[in-house]
Design a protein around this ligand. Sequence first.
Ligand code: SUG
Length: 441
Amino acid sequence: MTKLLNLDGLTGPNHNYAGLALGNLASKQHQGESSSPRAAALQGLEKMWRLHQLGIPQGIIPPQTRPDLALLYAAGFRGSPEQLLQQAWKRAPRLLEACYSASAMWAANSATVTASVDSQDARLQLTPANLISSLHRSRESADNGLFFRRCFASSNYFHHHPPLPAQASFADEGAANHCRLSDPNSDQALNLFIYGREESAEHTARYPARQSRLACESILRSHQLKGGRSLLIRQNPEAINHGAFHNDVVAVGFRNLLLLHQQAFASQPDLLGEIRKACQTWQSPLYIFEVSNDELTLDEAVSSYLFNAQLVPISENEIMMLAPEECREHPKALQVCQRILDEDNPVSDIEFIDLRQSMNNGGGPACLRLAIPITEQELTQVHPGIMMSEPLYSELQLWICAHYRDRLTREALLDPQLISEIETALESLSKILKLPGLYDH
Ligand code: SUG
């Protein structure tokens, strides 16, 4: 049977608010504010610890090396690291900000992963996302690939695919636009691949649609998904216009539960019929919980991040919903939470978690983790150094407090001391996770 492994991106010491993500309203809204890398990393670590306590296998993806000086070099700047920063600050400040982004923490965008049981190849399939829709995120892809190949090393169990071509036709944002529904009582499953734009269609949206149909189709083919196990779905352009830059801002699904906003998908009523039909031979019923616009508008869905809650299996048929603290403070979102609890569906409990540092950049609970459908046997093959345990939790707390600044302002990005602080921190972390030289190219 397939179980769940979550891999969370640990926030880097360079976490900051530069407003780099177009169409991501929180990122824009908090642009220029000072951040707290220490609080961000501790908040993310608490979430991983909570999942571990709930008995879910939980792993860690270490932060990537930043600042990305190679990007400044590629842009023609030359000199010592300090000179590179100084020149970029004067001539290309947005580039300097891009090379300092900590966006690799949103692991839901790191890759698309499909289960071995869903594939004719009978191995777990991984494709790192090319993330080409934004400059700062496009720089994550290569190191994500290195991480996955290193930690999922056995070619008997894992099939690694290269990222899709780095071109707009193949724009891919990973698992934020993929969702695996599955029957808790059998190995049946349905993979939903959700795209924002098609080559042929005219682009009329206010914000960029980051996931292309071609990317979804390409992954579906290369992962050799068995017939009847996947469905291509178009995001509602209206949702993107309201700030749902990834589908996981308006819909979340796990096992036999799909929780979504009424305006998440294009032609939603027909589509839900198709999903129901694809799952009708399952032993357990499929629950679709749709939230109407009257209950919660798209704007409210985006500001509360209700649909970015993480759905956590706590028993064979029960799910706990781990929602952002913002939902508790939002009367209408809270009312929806109550209805979820009251009605007949697998959700038996809802917890709220403070992830404000990440939320201010548009990253909620589900953004921070990559959900991997994995078998018991495959799990034994994952690099053990990244797996959460009580000693690792304590060690990471100490490590964060020793190496992370409490405050980071925009001006601090010019401080050459910050470069060496990050370097020292990441070197020490690679020893803790037993991954020396992980991101050495
Ligand atoms: O790609 N924010 C990320 C947030 C990603 C959230 N992930 C999911 N929904 N799965 C993004 O928009 C902001 C970085 C900055 O402004 O510095 C940023 O990249």
